[in-house]
Design a protein around this ligand. Structure first.
Ligand SMILES: CC(C)(COP(=O)(O)OP(=O)(O)OC[C@H]1O[C@@H](n2cnc3c(N)ncnc32)[C@H](O)[C@@H]1OP(=O)(O)O)[C@@H](O)C(=O)NCCC(=O)NCCS
Length: 309
């Protein structure tokens, strides 16, 4: 049933991999566990403040990603009363928010149990590539599935990589390791999992657990887990898979890719710095005088909107 709907044979290889960048100065780490806003909840994330050392966009400086289509059509008459103007502003705000949630719901392909073609359609429409080619010639096949659709064996396979990579890092942080919580997150109805398998052996090489959310009133692809199996580390797979994540975000009209990283996860911080992620305005570290000493995690993000210039 899936055959006609499998993703187009798009391959991202060395030729299309993003330009390498010199390892940037320290940025942040990542344990993909996060307590951010959900697409339904949308409670504004806290934090703000300034960090003298970091290059960070000031809070509130982002242009809104979702705009009303025709501002002119709803422009007020010159004679509008203050009450009418307030009502107009309220309606415009409600329309803007509705557009924002429509955008996220569309991207998340809200599962429709009555439509058996839905997951296949999502794989076709959402995932932007079906194969990655590493510099050493290894081919890695991608697929996308909903967290709620994973069976027991698939969950255990994914959790095996997560556990192997993250348990010690989490245990060494103030967060600790909570396997049940990780598993619940992975199987959540909102979870979307991109799996990368060695095309030759079928071995799980990497995974990205992502969610389409409204974060700080922006359509956001939040990366909950980003894991490369040890046998595939430092071979360029993480960089290529994150390119797929970013392209997926762009293709689904998300404005930002965002993630959480543990400060003691030095390798991941270096990885995200190399990929030009920056400290997000919502990072708790902005409020700390000595983030490296007092902080546990950071929030990083990348603006993936296409620019006309
Ligand atoms: C961090 C991780 C995702 C990187 O994936 P990867 O496939 O090994 O990374 P790549 O080979 O694509 O590396 C891309 C760049 O990131 C940087 N980088 C990657 N791993 C690094 C490390 N261990 N130390 C320093 N820099 C590193 C380098 O600049 C590298 O470019 P280079 O190879 O030209 O030097 C992977 O090692 C991993 O899964 N780690 C354990 C799980 C984890 O911490 N996940 C993130 C939690 S949110």
């Amino acid at each position: 049933m899936d055959a006609p709907s499998t993703p187009p044979p798009v391959e991202i290889g060395a030729a299309t991999a993003p330009r390498r960048t010199a390892p940037a100065a320290a940025v942040t780490t990542a344990a993909a566990t996060t307590t951010t806003t959900t697409k339904r909840g949308a409670e504004a994330s806290e934090s703000a403040g300034k960090d003298a050392g970091a290059v960070v966009p000031a809070k509130g400086t982002r242009a809104p990603a979702v705009r009303l289509p025709a501002a002119a059509a709803t422009a007020p008459r010159k004679t509008a009363s203050p009450k009418e103007l307030r009502e107009l502003a309220r309606r415009q705000e409600a329309e803007r928010k509705a557009a924002l949630y429509r955008c996220v719901d569309r991207a998340a392909w809200t599962r429709n149990a009555a439509d058996p073609a839905e997951p296949a359609r999502a794989r076709r429409d959402v995932l932007v590539a079906s194969t990655l080619k590493l510099a050493d010639g290894t081919r890695v096949a991608l697929d996308l599935c909903g967290g709620a659709d994973l069976d027991k064996a698939e969950r255990e396979e994914l959790m095996g990589v997560v556990r192997g990579n993250m348990r010690a890092v989490c245990e060494a942080s103030a967060w600790g390791w909570n396997e049940n919580k990780k598993l619940r997150e992975l199987c959540d109805a909102d979870a979307r999992v991109i799996r990368a398998r060695d095309a030759a052996s079928g071995a799980l090489a990497a995974l990205a657990h992502v969610r389409f959310l409204v974060e700080s009133e922006e359509p956001t692809l939040y990366v909950y887990e980003f894991q490369v199996a040890p046998a595939f580390a430092r071979r360029g797979l993480g960089r290529r898979l994150m390119t797929v994540v970013e392209m997926t975000a762009r293709a689904t009209d998300m404005a930002f890719v965002k993630l959480t990283v543990l400060l003691n996860n030095r390798a991941a911080r270096d990885f995200y710095a190399a990929l030009r992620f920056e400290r997000d305005p919502d990072s708790p570290l902005h409020e700390m005088r000595d983030p490296e000493r007092d902080g546990v995690h950071d929030i990083l993000s990348k603006d993936v909107r296409l620019r006309s210039e």
